[in-house]
Design a protein around this ligand. Structure first.
Ligand code: SUG
Length: 457
């Protein structure tokens, strides 16, 4: 088994999104229970960002390769201009708050922090041209998220710039037909994990909420199914994946109606382990059999029965929105939110299912409460990118974290972030300049170049 951080190994790096300066609770995501129930509560952006840094620090200490993707410019003035607001930036913001306050809330969200939704990534071992492929998610289901993909695409190109190793696609056409939420609905399993680690060819599992063309397929009744089968199929095509090693699976619509708005709220897979809830998928048992067959019988399923953890506990605790990471002894390690430890049924389940002789050896709990109140747990906050040693060496060096760089990031946060934002604070016109000044400094720190519109005017 390869040690994660060894320079000679193919590694799974995690690129975390840093919570932005306008992190707030606006109740924007219909179907995301936490977002709805914390709407209009006051937020603490500084604490959110510090919790993000603490998470990255912990993963570094555990020996993982840790990268970062920066926050976006908010409020998003380019969208306001595109929607007909004119004048200076200040005049535009003033008019926006007068004429369209709910639009302003959407354009203030720090949602790019949830980088599991930034893109779908296919490692080079799976793609026809032997490069790592990236497709930013169009996030077309939610207005506040649909404005992310352009800047996300630029930051991905700036981070993974070497065309010998990295291929970048634009987001899919931004409409209901191709609703795409990125890696949150994508899992990669490895048939030969015990032998080749992350470097061997994988089986890529795309989980969708609905099919546009198959009208007879079951659909959720209350909440939106954000990912379509048609979007997942297009990404598999774009990335040049071998159809024999791709699986399309429908999420159980009843679970979407219970608040499971992405697959990473109900299952997580890595290596040869799939950690999942009972009935997460349509035709659940058949899906597991199919996956096991594609893994040549190597699939290890850790399944949580509804009898042990009722659906509301599963959703509230975010048990599955955890990072399943390679443990140096060949097993797996689970990084969970503290809410999982605080939920009795979940704690009991973990007590019985995690241990030295189990596929999941160890559970680590992190306080990410600022992000969790918007429905963003450990898994939402990171984008997984499998990298060979050459690819890793080609990543923009400033984007890969070290303890010293995290110290500098923390100082940057303390200099620029507010420690409280409520609806009045969000209307403060000074916020835009604060955000731009901080981000300009950050792209300098990370060596990313000019990725924001305000840097390119
Ligand atoms: O898209 N929340 C995000 C949470 C994303 C979680 N990501 C994954 N599961 N991978 C969303 O619903 C809430 C914003 C607000 O209400 O202010 C929000 O966008």
């Amino acid at each position: 088994m390869t040690v994660q951080a060894a320079p000679s190994a193919t590694v799974e790096a995690n690129f975390d999104g840093l919570p932005g300066l306008t992190h707030n609770y606006a109740g924007l995501s219909w179907g995301n229970v936490a977002s709805g129930s914390n709407a209009r509560a006051a937020s603490n952006p500084r604490e959110a960002a510090r919790q993000g840094v603490t998470k990255m620090r912990r993963l570094l200490e555990l020996g993982y390769v840790q990268g970062i993707l920066p926050p976006h410019e908010r409020p998003h003035v380019p969208t306001l201009r595109r929607l007909g607001f004119t004048g200076t930036d200040r005049q535009i913001l003033e008019q926006g708050w007068k004429q369209a306050p709910s639009l302003m809330l959407s354009l203030l969200s720090a949602s790019p922090m949830w980088t599991a939704n930034a893109a779908t990534v296919s490692p080079s071992a799976d793609t026809a041209d032997g490069r790592v492929h990236f497709t930013p998610a169009n996030l077309s289901a939610m207005l506040h998220r649909s404005i992310e993909h352009e800047v996300t695409g630029r930051t991905l190109r700036a981070t993974f710039g070497d065309e010998r190793y990295f291929a970048h696609h634009p987001a899919l056409p931004c409409n209901e037909h191709f609703g795409d939420e990125g890696a949150a609905n994508h899992t990669r399993l490895c048939p030969d994990f015990a032998g080749s680690g992350f470097g061997g060819a994988g089986v890529e599992v795309f989980v969708y909420g609905r099919s546009v063309l198959d009208r007879a397929a079951p659909k959720p009744q209350t909440y939106p199914a954000r990912q379509t089968l048609e979007a997942s199929q297009a990404i598999a095509r774009l990335h040049g994946l071998d159809p024999a090693r791709v699986v399309f699976v429908q999420q159980n619509p009843a679970m979407i109606d219970a608040g499971v708005f992405h697959n990473d709220v109900i299952s997580v897979g890595s290596g040869s382990v799939l950690f999942t809830y009972e009935n997460a998928f349509v035709d659940h048992d058949r899906v597991l059999e199919d996956l096991n067959a594609r893994l040549g019988g190597a699939l290890q399923v850790v399944q949580v029965p509804a009898m042990a953890v009722p659906v509301p506990d599963m959703v509230r605790s975010y048990l599955f929105n955890s990072q399943l990471l390679a443990h140096p002894d060949g097993g797996m390690r689970l990084i969970l939110p503290v809410e999982a430890q605080e939920t009795d049924t979940v704690r009991d389940f973990l007590g019985s299912a995690v241990g030295p002789s189990q596929p999941i050896r160890e559970a680590v709990f992190l306080d990410l409460r600022q992000s969790m109140r918007n429905g963003g747990g450990p898994a939402c906050l990171r984008l997984r990118v499998v990298l060979t040693p050459d690819q890793r060496a080609a990543v923009n060096p400033g984007s890969l974290m070290t303890p010293a760089k995290l110290d500098r990031l923390e100082q940057w946060i303390d200099r620029h972030y507010r420690d409280r934002l409520d609806v009045d604070g969000l209307q403060d016109p000074a916020l835009l300049d604060e955000c731009r000044t901080a981000l300009d400094e950050l792209t300098g720190l990370l060596g990313l170049g000019s990725v924001y519109d305000f840097q390119r005017e």
